[in-house]
Design a protein around this ligand. Structure first.
Ligand code: GLU
Length: 432
């Protein structure tokens, strides 16, 4: 079984969506199940409703899964396991207060060395522990391993962390909630996860998670693939401050889910073809071939893919919930737009009043001429009449005419617009 394990702590980041897509693709390739595990261990950071939003986004992108679980429903198991490690002396109760730890951290910072736990509570006698337990709140730390922990990442290659770097870290907080590493490691074990695909930011957590499972006596090896981070256009890690990092924002901008997914699969990969759906990628995607280098987000490329996927949409009127007589006009706008939002903006503008001053006089002359006569079948005949009866020509004819039609001076060919808009042209011009 594979899993996608989002934390319900904010808007879904494109990096997370990419992780979800890759997990889905590889699960399908391997004929394995996909579990969605909502990692709600950090009560203070959880935001209500974000779990539902994540599941909605997965639906929008066509990512199908077999089950959804909430990490918090396993707290009792995490607590049991911590107890087991305590009993086996693989973990110990730590009574150091947050203030004490903060002082040590500060000291390490001043001395320019990485902070590590002092080890102070590891060697307390059982008697001392019993006494302290009645007086002070405590956390549980797992003892650091004796040897380095190594694993072979499918993308990054061999990774090793020393006992010093793993350190004796906290697995259960004073309020009995598990830390991320502890909950994650145990859940990967109890759901029998075979491969973990996640972001590179978790690379240094992996040896800690392996250490926990080893201490619990679980020796099945879990494979790992850590995806390189996504950089923004300035070459910095894409953060919440970059609008385009939010899946919701991209959807609001009118990027199609098909195009966003296509783009995220393409990022850091090279295939023979560039335009494809998630289902098609299942045929040729190869996890081990993803570039190790960070990938740079390029909105122009996303726009290109969006245009390609928009070509496939045949029912824009339905999509925008407008009368089907406007379908041909929407298709014209589609050809010159990169996003659905752009199409809709152009379309909505058609129904607004023209306020541009430059050709307001010419617009009035043309408006009168058009409204007082029958429309010709053919655009060339229509144009000839306008020219003959108004005396307008060139820019002074075409710009105000296009404005009368679509409320824009530049844009699509008037000939095409005329053909598409003829059935309701006078109605639009009347209100212009
Ligand atoms: N909840 C973690 C995150 O969203 C999951 C990491 C993992 O896949 O183990 O970053």
């Amino acid at each position: 079984m594979l899993r996608f394990a989002p934390s319900p702590t904010g808007d879904m980041h494109i990096g997370n969506l990419r992780v979800a897509i890759f997990n889905y693709i590889v699960a399908r390739q391997r004929g394995e199940k996909l579990l969605i595990r909502i990692e709600d261990t950090d009560k203070e950071r959880n935001i209500e409703g974000k779990d539902k939003e994540i599941l909605e986004i997965l639906d929008i992108f066509g990512i199908k899964y077999d089950n959804v679980v909430y990490q918090s429903s396993n707290f009792h198991i995490h607590q049991e396991m911590a107890k087991k490690l305590l009993e086996e002396k693989k973990a110990f109760a730590c009574f150091c207060s947050e203030d004490e730890i903060a002082i040590e951290r500060e000291k390490a910072k001043l001395e320019k060395r990485p902070y590590r736990y002092s080890g102070k509570c590891e060697y307390l006698t059982p008697k001392e522990v019993e006494k302290l337990k009645n007086k002070k709140p405590f956390v549980i730390r797992i003892k650091k391993p004796e040897n380095p922990i190594k694993f072979n990442d499918l993308i990054k290659g061999e990774i090793e962390l020393t006992p010093f770097d793993i350190d004796s870290f906290v697995i259960l907080r004073a309020d009995l909630t598990p830390t991320y590493n502890f909950a994650c490691s145990i859940d990967d074990m109890i759901y029998d996860i075979s491969l973990v695909i996640r972001g590179e930011d978790h690379l240094s957590n992996t040896p800690k998670q392996i250490h926990i499972r080893k201490a619990l006596g679980y020796d099945k090896e879990i494979e790992y693939a850590h995806l390189p981070i996504i950089l923004n256009e300035d070459g910095k890690k894409m953060s919440k401050r970059d609008n385009a990092s939010s899946v919701k924002w991209l959807l609001q901008q009118g990027f199609l889910p098909e195009a966003i997914a296509n783009y995220l699969i393409l990022l850091g990969n090279s295939f023979e073809r560039e335009v494809f759906t998630i289902e098609e990628a299942i045929e040729f995607f190869d996890l081990s071939k993803i570039s190790r280098a960070p990938a740079k987000f390029d909105i122009e490329k996303l726009k290109f893919l969006n245009k390609e996927h928009m070509k496939k949409i045949k029912d824009l009127a339905k999509r925008f919930n407008v009368n089907s007589i406007y379908e041909d006009l929407l298709q014209i706008f589609k050809d010159e737009s990169s996003t659905l939002k752009e199409i809709k903006e152009k379309f909505d503008k058609v129904f607004e009043k023209s306020t541009d001053e430059e050709f307001s006089r010419e617009r009035e002359i043309l408006k009168k001429e058009i409204l007082e006569n029958e429309l010709e079948e053919n655009y060339d005949d229509f144009k000839k009449r306008l020219q003959a009866n108004t005396g307008l020509k060139g820019k002074k004819l075409f710009m105000p005419l296009r404005e009368l039609l679509i409320n824009q001076k530049h844009g699509a060919e008037i000939k095409d617009l005329y053909k598409a808009m003829k059935p309701y042209l006078k109605e639009i011009i009347k209100n212009r």
